[in-house]
Design a protein around this ligand. Sequence first.
Ligand code: NAP
Length: 621
Amino acid sequence: MNPAVRIDSETGLKIFNTRAAKASEKITGKGYSVVADQKLTELPKMPAGATFNAEEQAKYRAFKEARRGAADYMAMEGAFKKYLDDVYSEPPIPREALDDECEILVVGAGFGGLLLWQKLSEAGFTNVRFCEKGGDVGGTWYWNRYPGIACDVESYSYLPLLDETGYVPSMKFASGFEILEHCQRMAERFGFYDHCLFHTTVEATTWDEASGRWIVQTDRGDKMRARFVILANGILTTPKLARIPGMAKFLGESFHTSRWNYNIDLSGKRVGIIGTGATAVQAIPELAKVVGQLYVFQRTPSSIDVRDQRATTEEERTTWAKEPGWARSRRARFAKISEVRAAVLANDDYLAGKIQDFKERKKHDRELTREELMQKQLDSSFRLMEQIRARVDAIVKDPKTAAALKPYYPYGCKRPTFHDEYLPTFNLPHVHLVDTAPRGVSEINERGVVHEGVEYPLDVLIYATGFQWMGTSTFNRIRGRSGRTLTEKWETEGARTFLGLHTRGFPNLFIVTGPQGGGGSFNFTDVIYAHADYLIWMMQTMRERGASVVDVRKEPEDKYAEHCRDVDIATAPLRDCISYYNGEGRAAPGSLAYYGGRQWDKFRMEAQSSLEPYVFGGDLN
Ligand code: NAP
């Protein structure tokens, strides 16, 4: 067995062996099954001619306003810190604290970190070190292992490095467990494990102007210096709890979905789950197969679109085996689909390159105005939501339950979900929807959840209450040139970045898939590819120029922040509801996700050709 830290005799660099073993063989699961009943995999017909008229608009508005201010979340601190424990791995591998230097330090070993390593090493950057909070690679797919977990973007376009590893996913929507294995495959294939410090959380990152280095301190006592720091620690990383009076009193078992406790046998138990977002929608059908009684505490229903899962065909396997680069080409074609339902509508013939376009293009006699275009988009969103609401009526037998499961907001305003078993689950006699709209669960006691004077006694309570969006706790632990933290800068000046990747005053710090970080696609993997390519270009450019430090100028940063604000405001009617996407209705426009689509590429290409936004400095030393 190799020691946790040793020196590579060829390169003189440190090699690590800190991957923790899986905690228990009980941690296994699957994603979506193929559903045999064809009727469950189709939406009812689109109501022809239905428009988003004043009456419907008023209904959506009332639905939204009733929920304004209801969202109240808290971090897992104090007595709730236990919910953050890593239940998936054996305890951390003991190792010495490091007091040394590397060229590039990357935070995170999820898709971002894994792809960066493959690309960085290919480009000749090998003095790279990764810090990862978990005991193994995977990021989102390490932490989220609840029953039923699967990706929602087709796996052939979503899983990175399929061409390079020769792997073909087993299903169109691969299970999270299969995705985690693919992460381990990528790590093994490209020698990632040698470079990663697992069970290591970065606690402070401070710029030292004199040496032109970041000083990175961790919870393992490390003090490392790095020329570059890349934050690849995700957009939905830090789990949160709903703040509910009495929650500390509960005497049964409880956990958050991102730390699923497989040591608790749920069979035959009375189980409650709070929340009905994308996680709960996937977990509930699987829970219902096992537990005695299931209570689903819902505040806002998700939109439940069709899934239409299928296995990868033999024909696909044979074709792809003869077609080098098939996954890259498919991902590029997938990126062109800007339809809101791309995940399900993605036409296999188009994606396989057999036909040229994915839909018939409508021609208009004249160019539509901005307002007309917006109305058209709102109308088609409304019609799709009507289909989704009709699907609830078609499947769910109890009219009261069906009424509560119908969402009233534009499609995509809250994270769309896709499932063919979720709605039928509510027809089962032991599954109970507890409608807590519009304010949510308001009390928990020793025995269970109390709502409107009714007590629901539970053996196990599961929090499916989500994650902080675009606000990892890392941002308030990074101090740049002025001594301010990133959070302090953004709180005083508003979120300000260039391309989402740089932020002025924080030289040589790159943020992958953070606030304002576009990439022109809603497939997260595309964005990571675009960001990784950009960063490699940047570091190569610096090498060629002999520069060791890069920062950005004020004017291009301001202009980009204004652009993010403008595109957010212009498209806001399409997302007019209370959602974590808009900070529960409280976020400043342009401060979170990017809504400019391919305009991000325009900003990037202009910057790369003129170099005008950048301030290069220092000597390579
Ligand atoms: P989420 O979407 O933030 O859902 C949190 C849920 O908790 C919401 O339904 C929320 O209701 C509810 N809630 C909060 N406080 C409550 C209270 N006091 N009483 C009752 N309900 C309460 O979290 P998530 O489901 O974990 O999903 C997070 C994101 O992770 C997804 O949107 C998605 O991007 C990602 N994800 C992806 C996949 C995938 O790709 N397959 C799967 C799972 C998750 P309100 O809606 O009323 O606020």
